[in-house]
Design a protein around this ligand. Sequence first.
Ligand code: MRU
Length: 330
Amino acid sequence: MAIPKTVQWQGDATSGVVCIIDQTLLPAQRVFLRLSDTSQVIDAIQRLAVRGAPAIGVAGAYGCVLALRQGLGQAGLESIARARPTAVNLRWAVDRIARASGGDPARALSEAKAIHAEDEASCAAIGHHGAGLIADGMGLLTHCNAGALATGGMGTALAPMYVAQQQGRKFRVFADETRPLLQGARLTAFELHEAGIEITLIADNMAATVMQRGWVQLVITGADRIARNGDAANKIGTYGVALIAKAHGVPFYIAAPRSTFDPACANGAAIPIEERNGRELRWLGATQTAPEGAAVFNPAFDVTPAGLIAGYITEDGIKQAGQIAAWLGA
Ligand code: MRU
């Protein structure tokens, strides 16, 4: 696969940097950023230069090495954990570094590398378990980007597609463009096209039409946080896709690693939903598309109720909502 590594650590704990591809510039430009300061990592996470729940967990973990090296202590780690509120992977990764490092940057780096390696392995296992859902000739639909760019490995929602392709099956993927920031158009279409998977880009408001026409047999998306009862937060618009899928009898699956499940959240109402700047809706890139004075509601995520979800593709196999609490030991 020609997809560049979304996040890497380069060098040792004393002088190394977090290296990310700036996803805000894809697909037009491939620019790599070398982040040597905690504030740069936080900024990259907040402006979505690095994004996707597992990827911000990995980037946040490496960011902790910088924070400890800069002598920022627990307050520095906390500022990284708070950079974005919805994806639980970020808090989970920072807490894990805090426990394992004892404040030592070198120990933090080895734990961050372990988190990265585990995420890569989880993605591969998710791909393996999910590939069995994809039959030759099928149409699939996905929302946002839950691929290699969003993780430390081959992705979550896109991983079963990569594995099914490796196994020789041919299928077609509809990618919702994913307003307002176009992760589906800019990132998923880019990734799948680079991988040689047949990709058809649609505007978000076309998902019902492609399902009504019978072109979609399976929906897979990622998630940012999944509650104990199976309610799942993911990119805004995912709930609508799940409702449309239900109306057309199309199974809707969530693919996510264990680190995206939050045993502390009983249900979706407990999941914090990030609200972002109204400029993201009033402007499309450099073009103003609405008056500056227009009031805007811009939640970055919505919650899909467990009842709409056919299953959760995890590194430990495909789970049903009723199995989650026991699997988490919660
Ligand atoms: O705002 P983003 O681009 O970080 O939102 C990303 C998503 O909603 C993804 O679907 C989710 O994080 C899963 S990534 C494997």
